[in-house]
Design a protein around this ligand. Sequence first.
Ligand code: NAP
Length: 336
Amino acid sequence: MNIQEKISLKDFTTFRIGGPARYFCTVKNEDELIEAVSFSKKKKIPFFVLGGGSNLLVSDEGFPGIVIKMEMEGVTFSDDGTVTAFAGENWDKLVEQTVDRGLYGLENLSLIPGTVGATPVQNIGAYGSEVKDTIESVHVLDVLKDEYKDLSNTDCKFSYRNSVFKEDPRRYIVISVTFGLKKDGKINAQYKDVQEHFTFKKIKEPTLKQMREAIIEIRRRKLPDVKDYGTAGSFFKNVIVSTSKAQELVAKYPEMIVHPVNDKKVKIPVAWILDNLCGFRGVKKGNVGTYKNQALVIINTGNATAAEIIALAQKMVDGVYEKTGIEIEPEVEYVI
Ligand code: NAP
């Protein structure tokens, strides 16, 4: 395995921002992964595992340790609907293959950028599905104990855009993920955008393929193409607040959209607050801005630095706090 030095990380992230990695390597199998982790232990430097780079903001100074680019590939389909994919596989290609085989479970997560290995880390979710709903187990390298392990769905401690991998970021490296998919599943078309899409297309009972096509069409309309702008998608997580906090806000802003999670908690779309209360949709300042169709998405319109992105993000945090008293948190991971 070839360990390179001072490799710019800019071209490895969809934000197209970031300084150099002190050391950089790509790993295609478990032996190379062990070698890379040993290197970091021997040199007493941190490691960072890079997948598609689609949810990252790398600092302008770069990363002082070793960046391990995960390129382990391979997918196995079993007759019972179980699918195991290595961490370096492209996520949307996997979703496409499952839909082509008539397997239900991943279709609402179509077109999410990035690799399979990143999906359990932040428990990716979209249009009423979360990847935790289909994950059976995650095969990992436990860096602390120097051993391979299979973590069950429960071991992964999944919650809203969160997991044990995010809570304890240097402990596990995801090697492969096993999904339990259904041959006779049901379509989940509950989200407004999806319902409107099928009403417009006059489709009463969408097929699995039509569901994937719908998600692709909706996402293409609402989210920027990374070919046009550097971006890491939604920059902030949506917020979950107590029912009483939500009632207080709805009394102040009657048109505010809220989605009950259970009888104690309510989810509030941060994009709505940023757009309607703070006027942050489609803003542009220097080399950074927010996308014209989605205020949660920060974009690099030119040659932005990480510092410029962070300055805009801080203004958005302050704006939301001023209007609502809510402290929003980044969904994007900072690499410093
Ligand atoms: P949207 O559909 O307008 O929804 C905005 C917010 O309201 C989200 O927090 C969503 O929760 C919630 N919501 C909407 N309808 C809901 C329902 N029927 N029941 C419960 N909660 C509901 O948002 P959007 O920006 O156009 O995004 C569409 C989907 O793609 C969302 O699921 C969003 O999370 C996902 N997405 C993720 C990223 C990313 O980078 N992580 C980027 C773009 C979109 P959920 O977030 O739980 O769905």
